[in-house]
Design a binder for this molecule. Sequence first.
Ligand code: ZN
Length: 166
Amino acid sequence: MKGCKCLICERINMIKEGRNPYFVRELETGYVVIGDHQHFRGYTLFLYKHHGKYTELFQLPPQERARFLEEMTVVAKAVSAAFGAEKMNYELLGMGDAHLHWHLFPRRKGDLEEYGNKGAGPVWWYPAEKMFGLENRPSDSELEEMKSRLAEELEKLRPERTEEWL
Ligand SMILES: [Zn+2]
């Protein structure tokens, strides 16, 4: 949206202008981007294309919702294959920016270090100041490598994501 203060819209505008270094692929309902911080190696987001009247999954027209969920699932599969997850975690929150966007976290045993319940638990049990620390920003070359690895896995799944779902 023009004049919108939403961070997700800002990032999407950067993609459209060709100046978002985290951008991986455009799908039918959203954009795949690598996360800014990589404590959970391979952390990826799937940003819904539109910000407007729909800010809840249950508000989306059923066909659009099915497609959005299906594409998110394919992205999660690609992330898992690209970065070697033991388990994928999925989050759709939106208290910061209501714009629909998925957080896709590849999880591995021990990734909470000494935090959580004996090292187990949801990603938000890892301290935010560490998770968002500068040391978790990927370098330019790491970012390029991650993007190409994920793009390659997404390409392998092309038949799954272009299939007629409904
Ligand atoms: Zn937005």
